[in-house]
Design a binder for this molecule. Structure first.
Ligand code: PMP
Length: 289
């Protein structure tokens, strides 16, 4: 099982033993995907961008038509407690909110809301091998990011991860690391759990986040680009522009800044803007910027 089985998980205000953190099989969310979650990283015992994550946790719940029954401050405190009680320093933190088993109507309005926060040890992806950050390989997903009127596309809602899961499963079975998804218009969108950037002619470009999650890491990278005076543009673009890109990288709380060296048959070099972003993001998470 994932993580430290001897650790504690926070559930609805209580710290319980890892093995006792269980839910009922008739929980609404297990059947209909009516939950939301967060993915956070702690560095040296401190959760990076904690306030932003827990605000998004609340906003995601609102987009799925429910309220998190704890304030952002209470979730902040609970997450810090989980890190502390489990003696974690470099960690992944997973808050999740779900609906209980009171009703199995498709509607969730009669169901209780529950919240858990778990955390486990997680070391950085910034592993430098032979003087290089290793790049990853992507393949194209068969699934696209849907239009904003197909579902709550801006929420970090668990029911929305099916297409990502299928794309990533297929990619991994094919020997790739992740899948890249187009959107419903055929524009390049993002990966299954990370946003995407390209560099072309010294300009940093990212797809407009108008039908997928505008990641916290994506926003941090955009801030860094502005601070460093790197020419930057948000725009819609088709796969042919990605094929012609000089550099490609993805961003996310878990993957941090991850260079892409292959998309299908196309190969990319890890370029200087990607390396600058890796270094600058590393400084950010270390509290140096
Ligand atoms: N897109 C998706 C689908 C994701 O799951 C994530 C990870 N939360 C991201 C983008 C990146 O978001 P963030 O930088 O906030 O982790």
């Amino acid at each position: 099982m994932l993580g430290d089985e001897k650790g504690k998980i926070w559930i609805d205000g209580q710290l319980v033993d890892w093995a006792d953190a269980k839910i009922h099989v008739l929980s609404h969310t297990l059947h209909y995907g009516s939950g939301v979650f967060e993915g956070e990283r702690a560095y040296r015992g401190k959760i990076f961008k904690m306030q932003e994550h827990h605000e998004r946790f609340h906003t995601s719940a609102n987009m799925v038509d429910f309220e998190i029954p704890y304030s952002v401050q209470q979730i902040n405190k609970a997450a810090e407690e989980v890190i502390r009680i489990n003696n974690l320093t470099e960690a992944y933190v997973r808050p999740v909110a779900w609906h209980g088993p009171e009703s199995l109507s498709v509607a969730s309005t009669a169901n209780s809301v529950h919240v858990a926060i778990a955390a486990w040890k997680w070391t950085s992806y910034f592993e430098i091998k032979d003087g290089q950050v290793p790049g990853i390989r992507l393949m194209w997903s068969d699934y696209v990011r849907p239009a904003p009127n197909v579902g709550p596309v801006f929420a970090k809602a668990n029911g929305q991860y099916i297409s990502g899961m299928l794309g990533k499963n297929k990619a991994m079975k094919g020997g790739y690391d992740d899948a890249i998804m187009l959107d419903y218009r055929g524009y390049v969108a993002e990966c299954t759990g990370a946003n995407l950037f390209i560099v072309k002619g010294g300009v940093l470009i990212t797809p407009i986040a108008d039908c997928f999650l505008n990641g916290i890491t994506r926003k941090t990278i955009i801030e860094i680009a502005h601070e460093k005076g790197i020419p930057f543009m948000e725009k819609h673009f088709y796969p042919d522009e990605l094929v012609q890109a000089d550099e490609v990288f993805i961003t996310g709380t878990a993957v941090e800044v991850q260079p892409i060296t292959e998309i299908g048959t196309q190969k990319y070099k890890i370029g200087s803007i990607t390396m600058q972003m890796i270094e600058a993001y590393k400084k950010c998470i270390n509290g140096e910027a």
